[in-house]
Design a protein around this ligand. Structure first.
Ligand code: 13P
Length: 258
């Protein structure tokens, strides 16, 4: 990481934890995080939609400075879109961050770069921060196509945005072959690709924007590898799946400096 950017450690719970489990997990997580942690890093949990309200009231009632994130959003404010959740609804729940374009949404649910772009704009228009995910498949990596793939996803996902908005958002580089597989990209490889992403942002939106935008790594992040990843200049945080489900493990990740 670079001292000029504030680290952000986010847990993506995916389709895990009922709202009752979610309350317990966030409470246990808070017990293990000393208050000083929040001065140094942004700590975010992204429960399922059904648990957002419960986690929000738990955080409020106990005055826990963990930030609330959602895992997806629709770009319209309301309408006949059965099964979808609007940015207005998330904003009203004090959601701060919204994951957009996770590879599971792209690969399993056909989400396109165009849809990702609309969602990023909708999140920003409602005063929340997108965590826009990009990443390559194993085939793409082995064919030498990593930089081309993530560059396209970054350019198309951020198309038409103002530089000041891009400077404040978060990009998560998640190589698809590293998600849930126990295979982490080496910290040097993750640093290299994240550096390439930052170059794309500089080219499209100017140097200051590229210097400011925070870029996380995601893919089999664990308590045992977070410190090395965070030791890399370009890596500003992590988007954690499996290891964030367990409050002990996620607390160790958040306290990677300890
Ligand atoms: P894992 O940490 O389980 O590999 O998941 C990463 C991820 O997809 C986070 O969004």
């Amino acid at each position: 990481m670079n001292e000029s950017r504030r680290p952000i450690l986010a847990g993506n719970w995916k389709m895990h934890h009922t709202h009752l489990d979610a309350i317990q997990v966030v409470q246990k997580l808070s017990y293990q995080l000393p208050v000083e942690v929040y001065d140094e890093v942004d700590v975010v949990v992204c429960p399922t939609f059904t648990a957002l309200r419960s986690v929000q009231t738990t955080l409020d009632a106990d005055r826990i400075p963990i930030l609330l994130g959602a895992q997806d959003v629709h770009w319209e404010e309301e309408g006949a879109f059965t099964g979808e959740v609007s940015p207005v609804m998330l904003q009203k729940l004090n959601v701060s961050y919204v994951i957009v374009g996770h590879s599971e949404r792209r690969e399993l649910f056909g989400e396109t770069d165009e849809a990702v772009n609309k969602k990023v704009k909708a999140v920003l228009a409602h005063a929340m921060t997108p965590i826009m995910c990009v990443g390559e498949t194993l085939d793409e990596r082995e064919a030498g196509g990593t930089e081309a793939k993530v560059s396209r996803q970054v350019r198309e996902g951020l198309a038409g945005l103002k530089a000041e908005d891009v400077a404040g958002l978060v990009i998560a580089y998640e190589p698809i072959w590293a998600i849930g597989t126990g295979k982490t990209a080496t910290s040097a490889d993750a640093n290299e690709t994240i550096g390439q992403i930052r170059t794309v942002v500089r080219d499209e939106f100017g140097k200051a924007t590229g210097d400011a935008v925070r870029i996380q790594y995601g893919g089999s992040v664990k308590p045992g590898n977070i410190a090395e990843l965070m030791g890399e200049e370009e890596i500003d945080g992590a988007l954690v799946g499996g290891a964030s489900l367990n409050p002990d493990d996620f607390a160790r990740i958040v306290r990677y400096r300890a």
